[in-house]
Ligand binder design. Structure first.
Ligand SMILES: *[C@@H]1O[C@H](CO)[C@@H](O)[C@H](O)[C@H]1NC(C)=O
Length: 380
């Protein structure tokens, strides 16, 4: 049972002393503190940054070429219908918020993103964006610098509402999810001879990593302490790439995947370095790459029927955009790892979120969410 005493206790001194004592006794009996309404482990909020893998509809509010606000997107959502998610249903941050028993983060650009609704977390993500601000610039996205600036605006708003101390408390005890980076490769560097001329592959990787270092420090400066950050996915295996490179046998494209694995190694190194530099910064690496690679190449082991063929799309592997009514749409998206040319199905996101929550070994390093919650219960 989550604690839900809420902030109403601020009025306690004005009520009958017996009631106050009763409340204090109740508070002592329940294993969580009487501060703010919060979810599991007292985690009050989830803050989300990144691209279409975590965008839950910000893109609906901006003029952009990258959109998913039309059927059949959202066909398995509750209630059914397009939401701006690039998925048939829920994405990882939805699953994570549901697990934590907190409201799903409100979209920064949505009219509801104000008042007390922002205190339980905001989603700043923007489809088509990347770690670099130039990625997706032509599509009209909220780049990552802008996403962090918007977080700063939200923080100011929180301080106005509840003051410095309460804001600090929320921001330091919240979870942060960052999921981006694929677009920096497949929709930018890999297609752009000018960028390739300016940066070798290792130089480009360094550029991304130094950008991430700066952004993670900015986030720490705002108060973030518990961060989960996705590795890059094996994009060399997605329907769009198999179709683009005219792959006949369904095999993943190693020349695409190689640099992504190299980046992932670099990211783990960077997080290790930052953990030493900032010992109070709980930075967790989510190994999306290996889990997704496993599901794509051996779907039956993961409870899927189709690994590299999208549920909705056109052409080989359904590797062209999912646009109704031109595209074919499968009957049961749960049989597919991929919903459209780039993006996982709800079932795949559920599996990836299980990894964040309870993944063992190197699936999420150093700490899955259950381990974090266990340390919180010990009073750390
Ligand atoms: C990133 O977004 C900000 C705010 O919209 C904009 O001023 C800046 O030019 C963008 N950066 C790039 C490289 O497009």
């Amino acid at each position: 049972m989550p604690c839900r005493f809420g902030r109403g206790l601020g009025m306690a001194p004005r009520v009958w002393i017996g009631l106050l004592l009763g409340l204090l006794m109740a508070a002592a009996l329940f294993p969580c503190s009487v501060v703010e309404a919060a979810g599991k482990g007292g985690i009050p909020a989830l803050w989300v940054f990144g691209d279409s893998t975590v965008d839950t509809g910000n893109q609906n509010y901006i003029t952009s070429l990258v959109k998913s606000n039309y059927p059949p997107y959202g066909k398995d959502f509750v209630p059914p219908g397009p939401t701006g998610r690039f998925c048939n249903g829920k994405v990882a941050n939805d699953f994570l918020a549901d697990y934590l028993e907190i409201p799903r983060p409100v979209n920064f650009l949505a009219p509801e993103a104000k008042g007390s609704r922002i205190l339980t977390g905001v989603n700043f993500a923007s489809s088509g964006s990347g770690y670099l601000d130039i990625t997706g610039a032509l599509f009209g996205v909220l780049n990552l610098t802008r996403q962090l600036d918007n977080f700063g605006k939200i923080k100011k708003d929180m301080i106005d509402q509840i003051g410095d101390a309460a804001t600090e408390k929320i921001l330091t005890t919240s979870l942060y999810l960052i999921s981006t980076g694929s677009n920096d490769y497949v929709n930018s560097y890999n297609l752009n001879p000018i960028l390739q001329g300016r940066f070798t592959q290792p130089q480009y990787e360094q550029l991304l990593l130094s950008t991430i270092e700066t952004n993670l420090k900015t986030l720490h400066g705002y108060g973030a302490r518990r961060v989960y950050i996705n590795s890059l996915s094996p994009i060399g295996c997605v329907p769009e790439q198999l179709n683009l490179y005219n792959v006949k046998d369904g095999a993943c494209i190693e020349k695409v995947n190689g640099p992504l694995r190299s980046f992932n190694n670099g990211l783990q190194g960077l997080l290790g370095k930052l953990r030493q530099e900032l010992p109070d910064y709980d930075l967790n690496y989510i190994n999306v790459y290996d889990t997704l690679y496993g599901a794509i190449t051996t779907p039956e082991k993961y409870g899927f029927k189709y690994g590299n063929m999208a549920c909705c799309g056109e052409g080989s592997y359904n590797g062209q955009p999912c646009i109704s009514p031109l595209s074919t749409v499968c009957a049961n998206a749960d049989e597919y790892v991929f919903w459209d040319l780039f993006h996982p199905t709800q079932k795949t996101y559920g599996m990836l979120t299980d990894n964040i929550i309870s993944g063992t070994g190197l699936a999420v390093y150093p700490k899955n969410v259950q381990t974090l919650l266990a340390t919180l219960q010990e009073g750390n």
